[in-house]
Ligand binder design. Sequence first.
Ligand code: MF3
Ligand code: CO
Ligand code: CO
Length: 275
Amino acid sequence: MTEYILVGAEDRVEARSNTIKLHGPDGFEGMRRAGRLAAEILDALVPHVVPGVTTQDIDDIVYRMTLDGGGTPATLGYRGYTKSCCTSINHVVCHGIPADKALKDGDIVNVDVTPILDGWHGDTSRMYLVGDVALKARKLVDVTYECLMLGLEQAKPGNRLGDISHAIQAHAEKHRYGVVRDFCGHGVGRLFHDSPEVVHAGRPGTGPELKPGMFFTVEPMINIGRAECKMLDDGWTAVTRDRSLSAQFEHSIGITETGHEVFTKSPKGLDKPPY
Ligand code: MF3
Ligand code: CO
Ligand code: CO
């Protein structure tokens, strides 16, 4: 049985538990502001993600913009992580660490940012095309974005989390792509990673029921090849076992009375490439 708890502005932040928080208007307002800052940062990166730029250059911009926006990067110091964003290139599935490594023509790269603003976490990521990208890679990026949006279409009261998972899996597998199982979406709010786990493959009608006030991310990772991942020796970088290309998009959303609100929508309409 899933348990739910109504939380208000005055409630202290509880450690992660199996109880799903249901937020009120103050939570929506907080997430709207944090999500907007996160989306503005990803918008601002567009002209910078070009051949020759390093992922450290990208991290520097994310750090500066987060602070200028009145926030702090949630990843900085998180479980020993020392950067302000994740930059995952080509066969890197997620949690690529920014470094002095230049992007090259034909790369695809995910940038994942999570500014904390007034205690609320805006968690979002998008794919960027570096220079001229092959059709095969562009198709993966398009289908991965479609997976996210088809999942979000199921995000409404009365549906279950499994309805989101199933919509994502069905679309990815129609294209013979692999859906990553090793990482999932998560409850979000005043905690970075909260209950529930949002898996990206599953059966319709299963899992917790969606209720107004639930905040969580949907962040499918889709591989051209097999779903299996392996972790590099740095303890963070996850790559595809078969070295096939991987793509990911992420939004933070809140369930409303009639559907959902996307907190991390691009103010400039730059939700997916080409930008
Ligand atoms: N932003 C990632 C997510 O979507 C988490 C990154 S944690 C880090 O949940 F430490 F790797 F940065
Ligand atoms: Co996330
Ligand atoms: Co993220």
